[in-house]
Write a protein of this length. Structure first.
Length: 295
């Protein structure tokens, strides 16, 4: 039964789940979501994902959202019911149908929520040794008042468009601020390893998405004494970095081998010792999280 999803707390075949054509999640991309990895039939960092999802629901004023217990129990019910464990789970909340077909119309009922299994082949281990190529994405006016950047919303048209047009050799593209600072990828958070040994990463006050794996690695850096500085680099200042890496729940920590800047390319060391240390610590934190069962 690998086509099951959890829809409003009920296990149903994916093809039987329906939302209204007047749901603003469908009409305007107003839904919110989180995507978490699955390991050994257990959800990874579930508590952190639910913290972020429910805080987003609060800040975006979603009506009548499910409880934390309902979401957590639903995740485990779905995983226990699937014949083949998925690589990822996506939890999505949408506001429910509009009372009138207008942008400012209120919704008429509780939020709709779904937990969907995502079957995806893991990235090859060789990619974590060789690193990936990233390119330069468009300039974006990031800001903490724009919920499209600070929260995981269903309004992903731009990211999908960019990824659809990525060159085959590129894994992601990096958004930039109007001043040229790289901030994050279409699906990933960004870290630099400076030649000084410091870690440099854009702060959340710039309006980036506060990724769950990003948060774990920031805690790791603090605990093992690796200095972290808030900020980022531009195309002109990338020579200050000896390494770079991307993070999200699917890829974990993925080294960058090359930043493609048009005609030029900037190379980084995908085998930097700090990357190995972070990867080891991230795996250790994940095993600790899974050993607690998350229930």
């Amino acid at each position: 039964m690998d086509n099951l999803i959890l829809y409003n707390g009920q296990l149903v075949p994916a093809g039987d789940a329906k939302i209204s054509v007047f749901d603003p999640g469908f009409l305007y991309g107003e839904s919110i979501f989180t995507t978490l990895a699955v390991r050994n039939r257990l959800p990874c960092f579930l508590s952190r994902h639910l913290d972020r999802l429910l805080e987003t629901a609060r800040q975006t004023e979603l009506p009548e959202v499910p409880s934390r217990t309902a979401l957590s129990d639903g995740v485990f019910r779905l995983l226990d019911s699937l014949g083949t464990p998925p690589a990822l789970l996506r939890i999505t909340l949408s506001p429910g149908p509009l009372m009138n077909f207008r942008l400012d119309s209120p919704t008429s009922g509780p939020s709709i929520w779904m937990v969907l299994p995502v079957y995806r082949t893991p990235l090859p281990p060789s990619l974590y040794r060789s690193g990936v190529v990233v390119g330069i994405g468009p300039v974006q006016s990031f800001g903490t008042t724009d919920p499209r950047f600070t929260h995981k919303t269903g309004n992903l048209f731009l990211s999908r468009w960019i990824r659809h047009h990525l060159p085959k050799d590129q894994f992601d593209a990096l958004f930039r601020t109007p001043r040229g600072f790289f901030v994050e990828g279409t699906v990933s958070n960004l870290f630099w390893i400076l030649k000084t040994g410091e870690i440099l990463t854009p702060p959340e006050t710039w309006g980036i998405l506060p990724g769950v794996v990003r948060g774990v690695l920031l805690e790791v850096a603090h605990e093992i004494g690796i200095p972290v500085r808030w900020g980022s680099l531009t195309q002109r200042s990338v020579h200050q970095a000896r390494g770079a890496f991307l993070t999200n729940s699917y890829i974990g920590l993925l080294p960058v081998r090359t930043l493609q800047t048009g005609r030029d390319a900037v190379a980084f060391d995908p085998l930097d010792p700090l990357l190995s240390r972070f990867s080891t610590e991230l795996e250790h934190r994940l095993m600790q999280d899974l050993s607690h069962g998350n229930r």
